[in-house]
Write a protein that binds this ligand. Structure first.
Ligand code: CA
Length: 197
């Protein structure tokens, strides 16, 4: 019994240590659907309605990892709700600490087809990764991708190092690289944290 307790305690300590900055459900696995979000992830702002793909809005790409992934869109200047964007976030088990460098990678792609009955969302967009503590007005940009034009998955390694504060939330949002903004999409999968210890 004592041995079992010690083993359990050791595993708990190890798991807590290794849990820091680990992304839960990093592969965005969940029940496919429009305007739905995978377990462990949260909606952010009104009008942000990510989808669990493939199978919706003409998106057919196979997952980079597992069975599902998510899509985020921008709505252009000529859309009924113009210049709006989708995003997702996760409250981390332990915060991203100020002035600590965390190594991640994420797989990104663009779907050549992404449409509703009246609109198309097929322009390239880019991803921004932020940290925040519940107030989006005070979020800090940690990394941004280039505009994602390719339709096959590519892995993007990046370093997230908060400079202003420590952050409880990691927040992913897409932007149009154009002015005026255009409607576009981004597919996201396999958001991976690389422990450095
Ligand atoms: Ca996946």
């Amino acid at each position: 019994m004592k041995t079992t307790f010690l083993i359990c305690f050791f595993l708990l300590v190890v798991s807590v240590g290794m849990d820091a900055q680990v992304i839960r459900n990093p592969s965005f696995e969940g029940n496919k659907g429009a305007s739905t979000i995978p377990p462990e992830w949260e909606r952010t702002i009104v009008g942000s309605t990510p989808d669990i793909q493939p199978g919706y809005w003409g998106v057919t790409a196979l997952p980079a990892d597992g069975k599902t992934y998510i899509s985020l869109i921008t709505r252009g200047h000529d859309y009924v709700t113009p210049n709006t964007r989708e995003s997702v976030q996760q409250k981390l088990t332990l915060p991203l600490k100020k002035e600590v460098a965390y190594q991640y990678s994420i797989d990104l792609a663009r779907s050549a087809s992404f449409y509703s009955s009246n609109d198309r969302f097929e322009n390239p967009v880019f991803l921004r990764v932020y940290g925040h503590n519940g107030n989006l007005e005070e979020r800090e940009l940690l990394w941004e991708s280039k505009p994602i034009k390719h339709e096959s998955w590519k892995q993007y390694p990046f370093i997230a190092q908060p400079e202003k504060n420590s952050y409880q939330y990691i927040y992913l949002e897409v932007f149009s690289p154009n002015a005026p903004s255009k409607s576009g999409n981004l597919l996201l999968d396999n958001f991976y944290f690389y422990p450095t210890t």
